[in-house]
Design a protein around this ligand. Structure first.
Ligand SMILES: [Mg+2]
Length: 259
């Protein structure tokens, strides 16, 4: 499907159906969906029309609005301005902020494994100069950027061998950092949890990026998946850009309020 082929009539019918659902969950990616992509990520802001529509939606009955982002919670709070009564989900689902504050979504088993991971990593890197361990919502990161190449590689090997006995770890290596997490989070997992906790009977999920496909994959009948911009997608509908998303959210708010 190309963007030329956007069927606005079909999308409008889908919006009308969704607006009539009993409990509505609106889950939105931030960058490239509510905010245009900008060169400096910390300067990204939702379009004013999008912010306005979000406020209208949170005021609508039986409607929950949530921003689901790959950004860390601190970063998502900064760029979104943490709008009132809008749930925030950061780090692809590992961090959740509601009206009561920020929670890290770990069960008892995951918390136990995170503690074991912490102990294992601290002792593994203790003897390596310029290497330190940083806490992450669902795990820990071993930083090596201040270490010599040799020390960094020795520290990585020591860290990997120290965590061998801990089940279900996800490993991610970046520049000067090796991260271990006790749970693999995705926008799909996040949407499933949100659907359950809100008792939603219909879900709108909108996103522009590859990681949003995990979200589209868990949508079902009565939901509406909205891909923003070009690219392969499992979403049933598509719009061109954040301005079109803002227009669609305003339309949904009006329909929901009139229901
Ligand atoms: Mg995005």
């Amino acid at each position: 499907m190309t963007t030329d082929a956007i069927d606005t009539a079909a999308l409008d019918r889908a919006l009308e159906r969704l607006a009539a659902t009993e409990r509505l969950l609106i889950a939105l990616d931030f960058d490239g969906t509510l905010s245009p992509i900008v060169p400096r990520p910390e300067e990204a802001r939702a379009l004013p029309e999008a912010d306005e529509a979000l406020q209208a939606l949170v005021a609508a009955p039986d409607t929950t609005v949530v921003l689901v982002s790959g950004r860390s919670m601190a970063s998502l709070e900064h760029v979104s301005g943490s709008p009132a009564h809008v749930l925030l989900v950061g780090s692809h689902g590992a961090e959740v902020k509601d009206d009561d504050g920020v929670h890290v979504e770990l069960d008892d088993d995951e918390r136990g494994r995170r503690e074991a991971l912490h102990r294992a990593l601290e002792s593994a890197v203790a003897d390596h100069d310029g290497v330190w361990v940083e806490g992450k919502p669902a795990g820990f990161a071993v930083h090596t950027r201040r270490a010599s190449d040799e020390a960094a590689s020795a520290a990585r090997a020591a860290a990997r061998s120290a965590v061998e006995g801990i089940d279900g770890l996800t490993e991610r290596e970046g520049k000067g950092v090796l991260e271990f997490a006790v749970k693999a989070t995705s926008k799909g997992d996040s949407l499933r949890t949100l659907r359950e906790s809100t008792g939603a009977t219909g879900v709108l999920f909108a996103g522009d990026d590859v990681t949003d496909e995990d979200g589209f994959a868990v949508l079902g009948e009565g939901d509406l998946g909205l891909k923003v911009g070009p690219g392969e997608t499992a979403a049933a509908y598509r719009v061109d850009d954040p301005a079109a998303v803002a227009g669609l959210l305003a339309r949904l708010a009006a329909l929901r309020a009139a229901r």
